[in-house]
Design a protein. Structure first.
Length: 184
């Protein structure tokens, strides 16, 4: 007799469905063949920061530039804050993918949202709507992307700080030299 435990809530079912959909959507036919793409210094910095493959970051940068040309760095910051650049990330209430888009609210299935191209396209469309509703205010648009209230304001601050970090040029750090103390 198989009984579904009471702790299995609607959100955990949505997470399970999204995870299984992600597994079903994975293509294993090209698993052995890695395409080599040149990556920009910007992509390399992001790849080091999040410990992901630079070519994958470059692909997402290209998608962000195509689907959100007004400010692709903002969309990339959302990717960093939402999923830490993990396309298989699942949120607490069923959000899926790089930008943590909810399949039940934004017109794409969980299977589709696992694909970074679809996830970025849907997130960019949503962010453009948020910008219109916030009348061009960046912080307001990012807060609307997340929801409402104080948590959304904190989220917007985190995303804008991440955007600043991404756009900040990498500064070569000098090694700290401490003088040797002589005793004696």
């Amino acid at each position: 007799m198989s009984v579904c435990p009471a702790s299995l809530t609607k959100s955990s079912r949505a997470k399970r469905r999204a995870f299984l959909g992600m597994l079903a959507a994975l293509s294993f036919t090209n698993a052995g063949r890695a395409e080599v793409r040149p990556s920009s210094p910007f992509a390399s910095r992001i790849a080091r920061r999040y410990r992901v493959e630079a070519s994958a970051v470059q692909r997402v940068i290209t998608l962000a530039e195509r689907h959100f040309p007004a400010d692709p760095a903002l969309l990339l910051a959302i990717v960093g804050v939402e999923s830490s650049w993990r396309p298989w990330a699942l949120g607490a209430v069923g959000e899926v993918g790089l930008c943590q888009v909810r399949p039940d609210m934004h017109g794409a299935s969980a299977n589709e949202l696992v694909d970074p191209a679809v996830n970025i396209r849907v997130a960019a469309r949503l962010l453009r709507r948020c910008f219109k509703r916030a009348q061009g205010d960046i912080a307001g648009a990012v807060a609307r992307y997340n929801g409402r209230g104080d948590a959304a304001q904190e989220y917007a601050a985190r995303v804008l700080e991440e955007r600043r970090r991404l756009l900040e040029p990498e500064v070569a750090q000098k090694p700290i030299v401490t003088p040797m103390l002589r005793t004696g």
